[in-house]
Design a protein around this ligand. Structure first.
Ligand SMILES: *Cc1c(COP(=O)(O)O)cnc(C)c1O
Length: 403
């Protein structure tokens, strides 16, 4: 496995053209797009126009004249083909954690009399905190099982099931169709977290019988730091749910300023408050980077990049999670007791991944802009850091606030 092999792959990569849609610093090997997507070239101008020309010149008229009020809908329309859903089943708002709370609380309220929420071991901490807090607030029982046991564990007493589609550490991709089928049979509602799937794998929310889901805007969707998240509610379920908090923009007629709340029809009832227009414009530019690109090609390249990287690393370090790439998403974690210091040494060499507790180095492969060359460079740098024990240097051992 040589640099020439990697470059030969890049030359015949059908998605190679998409890298030009991003602004990536020269010489940087960026394998952290699963934590913060790279900056699309179109974003700065988009945000600039919105701030200087629209807000700056037209002020409040922008809500009508520049269609700010409909921006969540337009962004949802761009997201729809990326996740395999209809635009009117998606809402872009809030953070992933807040979206999860909104959907999960609405789901359990729609299953009154059932006393249990089910989740999966090792789920993303924020998701675990949210579901724990909700269960405590409502006096429900929270049961945590291994992913392999989840479908069987869903029973008559289960109000809702929540899990992450692609695990943030192991990269395991859950069987969405099977778990949704089991939930439906038992009369429970499944709420999926697509944070590590949306923009990385070929999701088919309809195909896989998905009813409720949330996901992150700043990872593979390239919306920028703290970009709004999204939520998905299948059409048939929308009017049966009564999301909280019931804010004014989810009202059927917000500008009637009515005394009593009356939910809007459809997905609009899931909006709580005023959309974050500047952030939505940035996310819109991030999603536009997927234009004309089939998610099947994105997923195929993700797997090929992961395979290339793992082959280039060889057996230097153990892989966390399944070796069958068909069961994975688009990132890998390698295991080493000095994972944090090794990652810091890699970052000093211009290879950026991240560290996840307790001993994992995580590398994310973002098919729109990751090259095979990046995979090779990362594996090469890793080999050198290990061979020279660069991670022993004290400067690589200070734990930063964001890892
Ligand atoms: C990144 C991530 C989140 C992010 O949550 P925010 O509330 O948007 O910060 C949530 N869930 C998972 C699984 C994630 O990977």
């Amino acid at each position: 496995m040589t640099l020439d092999d990697a470059r030969a792959r890049d030359r015949v990569d059908p998605l190679a053209f998409a890298r030009d849609r991003f602004s990536i610093p020269e010489g940087l090997t960026y394998l952290d797009g699963n934590s913060l997507g790279a900056l699309p070239r179109a974003t700065a101008e988009r945000v600039d126009t919105l701030v200087l020309d629209q807000w700056g010149k037209d002020l409040i008229a922008g809500w009508n004249d520049h269609g700010w009020i409909d921006l969540p809908k337009r962004v949802a329309a761009r997201l729809a083909p990326i996740v395999g859903a209809n635009a009117d089943e998606l809402l872009v708002a809030d953070s992933t954690s807040v979206c999860l709370f909104k959907l999960l609380s609405a789901a359990v309220a729609a299953r009154q009399g059932r006393s249990e929420i089910l989740t999966v071991e090792g789920n993303f901490p924020s998701d675990r905190y949210v579901v724990r807090g909700l269960a405590d607030m409502l006096g429900l029982n929270l049961r945590t099982v291994a992913l392999a046991d989840l479908a069987e564990a869903i029973g008559k007493n289960t109000a809702a099931v929540t899990l992450t589609h692609v695990d943030y550490r192991s990269g395991v991709r859950a069987d969405m169709a099977a778990i949704n089928a089991a939930a439906r049979t038992a009369g429970a509602l499944a709420v999926w977290d697509l944070s590590h799937s949306a923009g990385a794998v070929a999701l088919g929310l309809h195909r896989d019988g998905c009813e409720l889901a949330v996901g992150c805007g700043y990872k593979y969707l390239n919306g920028g730091p703290g970009a709004p998240a999204f939520l998905y509610v299948a059409s048939h379920l929308q009017d049966a749910l009564h999301p909280q908090p019931q804010g004014w923009l989810g009202h059927a007629d917000p500008f009637a300023f009515a005394d009593h709340y009356r939910p809007a029809d459809g997905i609009a009832r899931f909006i709580t408050g005023t959309p974050s227009v500047i952030a939505l414009a940035a996310l819109d530019a991030g999603l536009a980077a997927f234009e004309g690109i089939a998610m099947a090609d994105v997923e195929a390249k993700a797997q090929a990049l992961v395979r290339f990287f793992l082959d280039a690393v060889g057996d230097a370090l153990p892989l966390h999670g399944p070796t069958d790439l068909g069961e994975r998403g688009s990132h890998v974690c390698l295991v080493h007791d000095e994972a944090y210091a090794i990652m810091q040494a890699l970052i000093a060499r211009g290879v950026v991944g991240d560290f996840r507790q307790p001993n994992l180095m995580r590398f994310g492969f973002t098919p729109l802009y990751t090259r095979y060359e990046d995979c090779w460079r990362a594996a090469d740098a890793l080999r050198q850091v290990l061979d020279k024990r660069e991670y022993d240097e004290p400067r690589f051992r200070d734990l930063k606030a964001v890892t």
